[in-house]
Design a protein around this ligand. Structure first.
Ligand SMILES: [Zn+2]
Length: 444
């Protein structure tokens, strides 16, 4: 009855959308204090981390006091044993040890991050994304198609899908757009969720043939959605577009409502700080770096976690009536895309699978011209030339055979100025207004 729990959560979460700013603030502070105390006393890593910075949860009396806590970087989570981070570090043969769902994210950084989740944490993540979908007009009986880099579902198929509830059809951006279009025509989804670049390649195919194929609602995510791309996708699918913002670590963070004026932050689940270079909160209309505290994850906490993305805060009230705060837009995401000689763009996310080669420690793809890409790779141990050749061939395949792949074997990948190691970097000059979306964060 796991999904019953998600449904119950969803109901209470949906009610909160009508809360007043005061109610939200009270609830958040209560959650925050509980989270900090619980984490400090139960997670060996966090306790050490806060002791080293001479800070104690008792000092956090308001949200503004959050600034007293050090910022958690991805490398902190990568360098420490996940069982030191979790708040229930019981031994393997201890009955109190939860049934962990271990998730290894390759993300966009090329360096893996291991997250331990429990079913409890998964219900919260699931309920949060369904709430966001519901605000886009999604119904439980809708056929929903998902276009992502992997066709693997995090939680597998559910029994209720047989009864037509929350039916999901998985499509992969690594498949050719023509194939995906045929699949969509068979499925006839009422709701489609996918990467902008993947959706765009199908939209371009339709528009090239002066065709459209109607899908009422399309949700985009994982890449910055530019106005041109948005318009093309909307035109080709005659769809209402809703952009979502989320990351693997904490799930959905913000969603667009039917007013289409910015994205509402999940204020009841996430404290989102937007910080300038001195660590101070930026004002409405200004851009800052996103740092999140996820109030619902008590077993693998994310407290003041730097995402490496940048966004602009929005002021004023939303016509939809929700008092949840808004982001005007996400200005930089860690994912990028690659341009093919044909002028088409492919999502940088399709290259994520390179990370799954067992001998690869890290990789990066850099595009500096329209005919080739550089594949930087850091092997775990000694390098086998046959394996390298296979990786080059696979990279070329993922780039639809249109680009020459030049391998470069390194002992370490240097991070960029913002401290990130981005797996895909496009350094082509501005074309179709896409540059700001592919290269963001580089100079930020
Ligand atoms: Zn709204």
């Amino acid at each position: 009855m796991r999904w019953w729990n998600t449904y119950r959560l969803l109901t209470t979460m949906t009610e909160r959308l009508q809360w007043s700013p005061e109610e939200i603030a009270r609830y958040r502070l209560w959650k925050l204090k509980n989270l900090l105390e619980y984490t400090y006393f139960n997670s060996p890593f966090y306790r050490r981390f806060y002791d080293q910075h001479s800070v104690h949860p008792d000092q956090i009396k308001s949200e503004a006091d959050l600034k007293l806590l050090p910022i958690l970087e991805k490398k902190h989570l990568q360098e420490n044993d996940p069982l030191e981070i979790v708040t229930n570090p019981a031994d393997e043969d201890d009955d109190r040890r939860p049934d962990w769902r271990i998730e290894v994210t390759s993300g966009s950084t090329g360096e893996p991050l291991t997250i331990y989740r429990t079913w409890r944490d998964l219900y919260y993540i699931k309920a949060k994304i369904i709430r966001a979908f519901r605000q886009t007009g999604f119904h439980f009986y809708d056929r929903q198609a998902v276009l992502k880099s992997s066709t693997e579902s995090l939680t597998g198929r559910h029994w209720f899908e047989r009864f037509g509830i929350l039916r999901k059809y998985w499509l992969s951006v690594t498949d050719p757009p023509g194939y995906n279009l045929r699949r969509l025509q068979e499925i006839r989804p009422q709701h489609l969720h996918g990467y902008p670049s993947g959706l765009l390649s199908i939209a371009e195919l339709l528009l090239e043939h002066k065709q459209t194929f109607s899908i009422p609602v399309i949700c985009t995510g994982a890449e910055v959605l530019g106005p041109t791309v948005r318009r093309e996708i909307s035109e080709a699918f005659r769809a209402e577009i809703f952009d979502l913002y989320g990351v693997r670590e904490v799930g959905n963070i913000a969603w667009e409502c039917s007013a289409h004026e910015g994205m509402h932050i999940n204020d009841d689940a996430i404290i989102l700080e937007l910080l300038d270079e001195n660590g101070n909160e930026v004002s409405a209309g200004e851009e800052g770096e996103i740092v999140v505290t996820y109030l619902d994850a008590i077993e693998f906490p994310f407290i003041r976690y730097r995402l490496g993305d940048r966004a602009v805060r929005m002021g004023g009230n939303c016509p939809c009536g929700s008092s949840f705060n808004r982001l005007k837009n996400i200005t930089g995401r860690s994912d990028a895309r690659i341009k093919l000689p044909s002028g088409k763009w492919i999502s940088g996310l399709v290259f994520q699978e390179l990370r799954t080669a067992p001998w690869v420690s890290a990789f990066r793809i850099i595009q500096e011209d329209t005919t080739s890409i550089k594949l930087q790779v850091v092997p775990k141990a000694s390098l086998n030339p046959v394996e390298l050749d296979a990786l080059v061939a696979r990279t070329s395949e993922l780039a639809r055979g249109e680009l020459k792949v030049v391998p470069e074997v390194l002992s370490k990948l240097e991070c960029d100025k913002s401290g990130k190691i981005r797996a895909v970097i496009c350094r082509l000059p501005d074309q179709n207004g896409m540059q700001s979306e592919t290269d963001y964060g580089e100079d930020a």
